[in-house]
Design a protein around this ligand. Structure first.
Ligand code: UDP
Length: 410
């Protein structure tokens, strides 16, 4: 399915002035004026679900508002392709890899089909994550610029998968990573860019109490008792079972509820199995709410995050963790694992609390439930941290800066 950029909501950068200030928007417009005549193309592997789709849904209309022609293409593939790419994803995050030898063939043949189908002729082509990496074979015009935007933690990749992918990576003009610690020894320039959220999207805009309560009522969640929530795809690397264990430890001391809400992504075939494991672990506890949400649940997720007393992100590995960014923006106290890009966002005891185990998570959740004043302060400081570093206008500025740099160096 190819998302149609014209189908996206219209964005006016001027609407962000009250949030980020006039000078920031003026700077973006000046930078954009220097890249007029250039065209931009983003390619990834899913139109909905997961952080990359979330970012592109906002980034595309922002480029449009700047008058820069932009297109967004989603590669297609069968289940066999996405099983292979999920195995690659887990392995690049440092996990084991037990794939069959024909996996590499499956990966290449779907990429070849996509290469033949997609026009890859923009002046800046940004390939997101490993799934479409071999599309670099489609580079025809050497005046164009190709970047690999890697959203995952590549600091300790499984060597089998990395050895296969690296020859594609080194043919790009540069790679963009979400954290300095994710970078890898590469012979091409590496750029840093933080993933970001759109404060004006349905997922993050302000909601009033009535809207929040309507969502709680729909899902049978009690607004009177504390709500612990983790909003994430049902993915083992997000450790939903660890969240259930932490909740049970907290329940010994506090009468609270747990919300585990998430949907699938079209490029993640493991979601159904993980959801079944979570349901089994939760058992008949009426205070555990497992919500399998459809992709159009932005308002629901927004309301659940706002209704939460504590937001948890107990990932075992993480790219950046936009769910953390979203919670911080909503001034929520966050208890999150010190993995991937999370420590860039959760500065321990300043914008949230970092943990390393189920017991640690339970301890910190209890600590926050007992100290609402501190919880509120962490939330306020988290909000300011996101305003300074993780709003979509910064991401846009970063792309423009990299494009300007590439244009100058050719
Ligand atoms: N998300 C969603 N529906 C879900 C689960 C997650 O819209 O059922 C969104 C979530 O709000 C966030 C993004 O998907 O914006 C997840 O990004 P993150 O970086 O946290 O994790 P990823 O899924 O990319 O590993």
């Amino acid at each position: 399915m190819a998302p149609d950029p014209s189908a996206h909501r219209t964005i006016h950068l001027s609407d962000y002035i009250p949030i980020v200030g006039e000078p920031e928007i003026a700077e973006i417009r000046t930078m954009a004026s220097r890249v007029q005549g250039q065209t931009v193309q983003m390619v990834n592997s899913t139109a909905v679900g997961g952080g990359v789709a979330e970012i592109l849904n906002c980034m595309i209309p922002m480029f449009q508002d700047l008058g820069i022609p932009v297109r967004w293409d989603v590669i297609t593939g069968g289940n066999d392709f996405f099983e292979v790419t999920k195995a690659f994803h887990n392995a690049l995050h440092g996990g084991p890899y037990n794939g069959r030898p024909e996996n590499f063939e499956i990966f290449l043949s779907y990429n070849e089909q996509n290469r033949q189908r997609l026009p890859l002729d923009s002046s800046l082509v940004v390939i997101h994550d490993p799934q479409p990496l071999p599309l670099i074979d489609g580079r025809r015009n050497h005046a164009s610029h190709w970047l690999w935007r890697c959203h995952i933690d590549l600091s300790r990749p499984n060597p089998i998968v990395w050895k296969f992918l690296e020859p594609f990576v080194v043919r790009y003009d540069g790679a963009i990573f979400s954290s300095p610690s994710f970078t890898h020894q590469l012979p091409i320039p590496q750029y840093l860019s933080f993933p970001c959220i759109d404060p004006l999207s349905a997922k993050n805009q302000d909601l009033d109490d009535a809207q929040i309560h309507a969502v709680l009522e729909r899902f049978g969640i009690d607004p009177q008792r504390p709500i612990l929530a983790q909003i994430s795809r049902f993915d083992r690397l997000k450790d939903p079972l660890g969240v259930v264990k932490a909740y049970r430890l907290v329940r010994n001391y506090f009468d609270c509820q747990l919300v585990l809400a998430g949907g699938g992504a079209t490029d993640d075939p493991e979601g159904g199995a993980v959801l079944a494991e979570v349901r089994e672990a939760a058992g008949p506890d009426p205070d555990i709410h497992i919500l399998d949400l459809p992709p159009w649940s932005a308002i629901e997720i927004n309301a659940l995050q706002r209704a939460s007393t504590v937001v948890i992100q107990k990932s075992l590995r993480e790219g950046f963790g936009l769910t953390v960014t979203e919670a911080l923006w909503k001034k929520k106290p966050v208890v999150a694992s010190a993995v991937g890009g999370i420590p860039l966002q959760v500065i321990h005891k300043h914008t949230g609390l970092l943990v390393h185990s189920v017991e640690g998570a339970a301890y910190q959740i209890r600590f926050l439930l007992s100290n609402p004043g501190l919880a509120a302060r962490l939330g306020e400081q988290g909000h300011e941290h996101v305003r300074e570093s993780f709003l979509m206008t910064s991401n846009l500025k970063r792309y423009l800066a990299i494009l300007l740099h590439l244009l100058k160096s050719h």
